[in-house]
Design a protein around this ligand. Structure first.
Ligand SMILES: [Fe+2]
Ligand SMILES: [Fe+2]
Length: 199
């Protein structure tokens, strides 16, 4: 996501929102920009269910009236904290190093979403509208790369998402994973070098 554009609406947007005839981008409800599809399915029901809920909550933000927007955004943040938190735990349980790029991307996105909330609480709603739009672009890319890689990794070590049990501990990486867990190259597993983080 672009935190700069998300938190600093342009003068053009501000002017447009003040005109009685011009459209008011990012200040009114819009048709949801993202719907669940097979392309987002990672064949890991527990993870997929969380992602379905994320898509639904994001749609609720995009279709919210102005007087509902901050509350819907808060709902999305609450869910995303749990969503990212569980993936971070799964990574920690299966050999990822703290601060690996997938964890870092979660932290960055949550930080931006909270910045949007702070602005929304000051009745600056345009940044939330813009961030919601950007999430519709960011989420499929994240799910199809980092989350897909994590799902493959969890399956490879026989990780039980409900209990945290690893049924094939011999498949755990010998060295802590610092990259993206399957969505990057072989430089993922390395204790001496840190691949460039992708956010
Ligand atoms: Fe996810
Ligand atoms: Fe993720």
């Amino acid at each position: 996501m672009n935190a700069v554009t998300a938190t600093a609406p342009t003068d053009a947007h501000a002017e447009a929102s003040q005109s009685p005839t011009a459209p008011a981008p990012f200040t009114t409800p819009v048709v949801p920009g993202l719907r669940w599809s097979d392309a987002l399915n990672l064949a890991m029901p527990f993870m997929d269910q969380t992602h379905i809920e994320f898509v639904d909550l994001l749609a609720a933000v995009q279709t919210a009236r102005d007087d509902e927007l901050v509350s819907r955004w808060q709902d999305l943040i609450d869910h995303t904290e749990a969503h990212f938190g569980q993936e971070d735990r799964w990574m920690a349980d299966t050999g990822f190093a703290p601060g690996s790029c997938h964890m870092t991307q979660h932290a960055v996105v949550l930080k931006v979403l909270r910045e949007g909330l702070a602005l929304g609480e000051q009745v600056q709603l345009a940044p939330i509208r813009q961030m919601a739009h950007e999430l519709t672009i960011w989420f499929p890319q994240h799910a199809q790369t980092m989350d897909a890689g994590l799902a493959l990794h969890l399956k490879s070590v026989g990780y039980d998402l409900a209990t945290g049990h690893v049924s094939e501990p011999e498949a755990l990486p010998a060295l802590a994973i610092r990259g993206c867990g399957g969505s990057c190259d072989s430089g993922d597993t390395d204790t001496s070098t840190h691949p460039e983080e992708t956010a």
